[in-house]
Design a protein around this ligand. Structure first.
Ligand code: B4P
Length: 185
């Protein structure tokens, strides 16, 4: 069973790599950002609550995202594994996921931190130009990444689950390095 978590700054390539690897291994790519954006688009109760947080680059309250992830991980397509992209983003969310995996008698996931310098991610996101990819919102997301998400590097490092990959290469080169890495795990 393949269980992978992608960490990395906004724009580090988590979504790009998670999608490619999920197709390669035929396991679901679970992106909390994608699920939230589609809930916002469909104006579901979750989407209505999440909209202002996503638009301004803030984290959506953890209770909402945790319920959403728990529900998604109950679906039958997760039986041979999954790739989580964008979750966990805080130490509280990581502890929640650990408990959830324990309840399901599953071991920990392999955690991959895609390492990319700030100026590179800002350029990538400005070029992508999604609604939350304006310079001001990107800077806010990077600040929150630094304060809320980088503590996960120590969290998973201490648990010997963490691998750091240089994400500042072409998407194809990063994919090739990831395939080498995960095949040997
Ligand atoms: P996400 O959708 O996760 O946003 P992201 O971090 O910007 O996406 P990602 O990092 O995957 O983009 P990618 O590199 O693939 O979250 C959006 C919002 O949702 C958050 O701000 C928050 O409000 C909310 N949210 C999500 N999860 C949450 C949680 N757990 N808790 C609370 N709130 C949560 O792509 C970036 C661009 O770079 C693309 O255009 C791509 O083509 C390009 N690119 C990728 N790799 C490249 C490479 N190697 N070289 C050149 N370009 C590359």
């Amino acid at each position: 069973m393949t269980r992978i978590i992608f960490l990395g700054a906004p724009g580090a390539g988590k979504g790009t790599q998670a999608q490619t690897l999920a197709e390669h291994w035929k396991i679901p790519h679970i992106s909390t950002g994608d699920i939230l954006r589609s809930a916002i688009q469909e104006q579901t109760p979750l989407g209505v609550k999440a909209k202002s947080f996503v638009d301004s680059g803030q984290l959506v309250p953890s209770e909402l995202v945790q319920d959403m992830v728990e529900e998604r991980l109950q679906k039958a397509d997760t039986s041979s594994g999954w790739i989580l992209d964008g979750f966990p983003r805080t130490v509280d969310q990581a502890a929640f996921l650990d408990n959830l995996l324990k309840k399901k008698n599953l071991g920990g996931a392999l955690v991959i931190n895609l390492d990319v310098p700030d100026d590179v991610v800002v350029d990538r996101l400005l070029e992508r130009g999604r609604k939350d990819d304006t310079e001001q919102v990107i800077r806010r997301r990077l600040e929150i990444y630094r304060s809320e998400t980088t503590p996960l590097i120590d969290y998973y490092g201490e648990r010997k689950q963490l691998v750091v990959i240089n994400g500042n290469k072409s998407a194809e080169e990063v994919t090739s390095n990831l395939k080498d890495l995960t095949v040997s795990c």
